[in-house]
Design a protein around this ligand. Structure first.
Ligand code: 5AD
Length: 331
């Protein structure tokens, strides 16, 4: 059963009892990607951002944020520590911060690749030449959410940015042979169920390898402070329907889900998800990476953070992925 019909997607998003959708997604997950949960060590290496997205706590107009940038050596040291405790994928994430030039990024990527891990970048829109250089330096995967496929909504929420440009970046990244990750937020002001169905169809059409769904959580220091935000149920449902539509992709249990419920990620793992991305920064930095309020801070030590999530994953009868956990396409 692969779902491609928009009316059916809308029914699954809005009418079918949530528990039924979760159960179906859990079964499809089990049958297609198995019981392994892949862990990715997430390094948020800079919270400086040139963009001004209305929803994001790190938007450049938010002058209350204390900004930080890690040195190249610092990023590499954190990656080494993460690899030492067992992470087989390192995700390098930051705001759109051009301090990290092509040369600086390539140096970081090359050093981290010596650790025998997969490297995922999540640093936003760059030039095609940058993407090519990062790929040549050894980067394996790239994450960039499209956020919404409603062009008008996108342009309202991301002033100064272009939806078409973001789409073009995604296509360039894909053509360069990266594994491509994307995703959306749900519960954005003005977003409809139909629009979310369009988002899922879009993700399916572009042939993504990984996609994350996060509930929009209003941040008090942004223009959207008084909006309602997305619910955990809407995020879980959207994610579960995505699993029904894309049976073999990697789907993370997102941190934003955990912000709405202490067991949000475990619930997600039982409704279609098969990836978790624990933060491996020091807590001091991760407190400053506040995309939305309640964002779970890193544990005092990444080793403790890792073992606590591992224990929870094993408690629901799942195992920890033993390889790099890339997208294994089914015919
Ligand atoms: N609530 C939920 N998710 C958010 N993001 C940014 N701001 C928020 C928010 N207020 C998400 C965006 C972005 C990712 C890094 O974080 O989807 O792509």
């Amino acid at each position: 059963m692969t779902i491609t019909d928009k009316d059916q997607i809308i029914r699954l998003l809005a009418e079918t009892p949530a528990e039924d959708v979760y159960r179906m997604a859990d079964e499809v997950r089990h049958n297609n990607v198995g019981d392994e949960v892949h862990l990715r060590g997430l390094i948020e290496f800079s919270n400086v951002c040139r963009n001004d997205c209305l929803y994001c706590g790190l938007r450049r107009s938010n002058l209350a944020v204390k900004r930080y940038r890690m040195s190249e050596d610092e990023v590499i040291a954190i990656a080494r520590r993460a690899a030492d405790i067992g992470f087989m994928t390192i995700v390098l994430q930051s705001g759109e911060d051009l301090y990290y030039t092509r040369e600086r990024m390539c140096k970081i990527i090359k050093e981290i690749k010596r650790l025998n891990v997969a490297v995922t970048l999540s640093i936003g829109e760059r030039t095609a030449d940058d993407y090519r250089a990062f790929r040549d330096a050894g980067a394996d995967r790239y994450l960039m959410r499209i956020e919404t496929t409603d062009r008008d909504l996108y342009h309202r929420l991301d002033p100064g940015m272009s939806w078409q440009k973001r789409y073009d970046c995604l296509m360039t990244i894909k053509d360069l042979g990266y594994e491509l990750g994307s995703g959306i937020m749900v519960g954005l002001p003005g977003q409809t169920t139909e629009s979310i169905a369009d988002d899922l169809l879009f993700l399916s059409h572009i042939g993504i390898d990984m996609a994350g769904i996060g509930p929009f959580i209003p941040h008090p220091a942004t223009p959207l402070a008084n909006e309602a935000g997305g619910t955990l149920e809407l995020a879980l449902r959207t994610m579960a329907v995505m699993r029904l539509m894309m049976p073999d992709i990697n789907i993370p249990a997102t941190t934003a889900m955990e912000s709405l419920h202490p067991e949000g990620r475990i619930m997600a793992l039982q409704a279609g998800a098969n990836v978790v991305m624990p933060n491996v920064n020091d807590a001091d930095y991760s407190r400053l990476y506040e995309l939305y309020p309640g964002k779970q801070a890193a544990h005092r030590s990444p080793a403790i953070g890792r073992s606590s999530i591992v224990a929870k994953i094993e408690a629901i009868g799942r195992t920890i992925g033993t390889g790099q956990g890339g997208h294994k396409k089914k015919a």
